[in-house]
Ligand binder design. Structure first.
Ligand code: SAH
Length: 413
């Protein structure tokens, strides 16, 4: 009957008999575990040669012999000859050395579990009696998926419960996507499951915060109707301060952290204090909101570029040119308040009043709404519909509702 044991192979001699792909897999796992690996085989496959060339293992260029077991803690019998493997395992037994037989799992004294590594943990799966590698692999894959995709609390235990951890923490800037929780990336979810504290905006997948364990602190720093946004310097200070207490700090942002997210400033602030900082890209609303509303921001034969701009003040001259000459689709973020001014700016600059335009509010969420109108009527329609933030404004031929109704024209390659 098999049981599982976590072996520390660091610095321990391990013998791998065989030079083919199975031996290569075993040898590379042993090398990764820090073992001192000796491969005995008259020839090596390419993967083993690579490991040998870079000095990760020793190679004895001949068939395996009984004396090769000397000093080994573990042997992988992975030659192409089942009889040799069985003999080697029997000899290993006599010397009380653990052995894995690649051609007949039952004849070795150990078997290799299927492993999944995640967030500093290793999960191993093995059959108890008759080997069943397919079933074992299926279970391992499922566990891996669970760890990746489900809300599992993966925060590391505190070493000093009374105080905070003595070592420095870290900051993870997480792009949470445009709002729909299932548009968060797997990497973003994993970061959330490791967080001691989450510093969050109002936009993005905030509904996922409800799944966090109660002990995870949540600090809201975004703008909402009843409270003002926390100034950027204050957010930077919170991130640094929390990390200096040894915590894993997730800075959860809507969309992508580096698209009008002031993520760059937060990275600089952390670096200035020597705090490790990781950036997890997110699905930006600039691309996702139009896509979700069925607006292709580039379209073959119509437009071959996109310009993403903010609408806090006058539109940039590049954006104005793009609309006037139709050279790129313009996507405006944070542009609802000044929409009437932007429409006027574009018309004065010579834009075609009938240029198609669309506003996508709360894209990807159940409250997504699309308002379409030609440029000259956009501000009036938006007011009539009561359009409000968050919304992206798309200006250009691709916003034409008829665009995707037509059969695609054959375009020469
Ligand atoms: N970093 C974010 C953008 C932050 S600026 C990103 O990559 O998406 C905030 C602006 O993003 C909002 O004013 C709005 O223009 C846009 N926005 C964010 N989420 C949105 C959504 N779900 N639908 C439409 N626009 C959105």
């Amino acid at each position: 009957m098999t049981t599982l044991l976590g072996l520390d192979l660091n610095g321990k001699p391990v013998l791998v008999a065989g030079g083919g792909p199975v031996a290569a897999r075993r040898a590379s796992a042993m090398v990764e575990a820090g073992a001192r690996v000796t491969v005995v085989s008259p020839a090596l496959c390419e993967d083993l040669l690579d490991l040998w060339v870079d000095g990760s293992l020793e190679w004895v260029e001949r068939r395996v012999q009984q004396g090769d077991l000397e000093g080994a803690w573990l042997v992988h019998a992975a030659t192409s000859d089942p009889a040799t493997n069985a003999t080697l395992c029997a000899q290993a037994d006599e010397r009380r050395i653990w052995s894995v037989n690649a051609s007949d799992v039952t004849s070795g004294s150990a078997r290799t579990p299927a492993l999944a590594r995640h967030a500093g943990l290793v999960v191993g799966v093995a059959s108890v009696d008759t080997p069943d590698p397919q079933r074992v692999a299926r279970v391992r894959d499922r566990l891996e998926l669970t760890l990746l995709c489900e809300a599992v609390d993966l925060r590391a235990a505190r070493r000093h419960p009374a105080t905070e951890r003595p070592d420095r923490g870290r900051v993870v800037l997480v792009g949470g996507g445009p709002g729909a929780p299932d548009l968060m990336t797997i990497r973003a979810r994993r970061a959330l499951s490791e967080a001691d504290v989450v510093v969050t905006d109002r936009l993005g997948p905030t509904s996922t915060l409800a799944d966090l364990p109660d002990v995870v602190e949540v600090i809201h720093v975004g703008k909402s109707p009843d409270h003002h946004p926390v100034p950027q310097e204050e957010i930077n200070r919170i991130l640094v301060d929390q990390a200096e207490r040894g915590r894993t700090v997730v800075r959860l942002k809507g969309g992508d952290p580096f698209v009008f997210g002031r993520g760059g400033e937060e990275v600089s602030a952390c670096r200035a204090h020597g705090i490790p900082v990781e950036v997890i890209p997110g699905v930006t609303s600039a691309l996702a909101a139009p896509a979700s509303a069925g607006i292709p921001i580039t379209h073959r034969g119509v437009v071959g570029g996109v310009l993403v701009v903010h609408g806090h003040d006058d539109l940039s001259s590049a954006a104005v040119h793009a609309v006037v000459d139709g050279s790129a689709t313009v996507v405006v973020l944070m542009g609802v308040a000044l929409l009437p001014d932007h429409v006027e700016q574009l018309l004065v600059a010579g834009a075609d009043p009938l240029t198609p335009a669309a506003i996508v509010e709360r894209g990807t969420t159940p409250h997504e709404r699309v308002t379409r109108a030609p440029l000259c009527r956009m501000a009036v329609e938006a007011r009539a519909a009561g359009v409000s933030a968050p919304a992206v404004i798309v200006i250009g031929a691709v916003a034409d509702p008829a665009l995707l109704e037509e059969a695609p024209e054959a375009v020469e390659e």
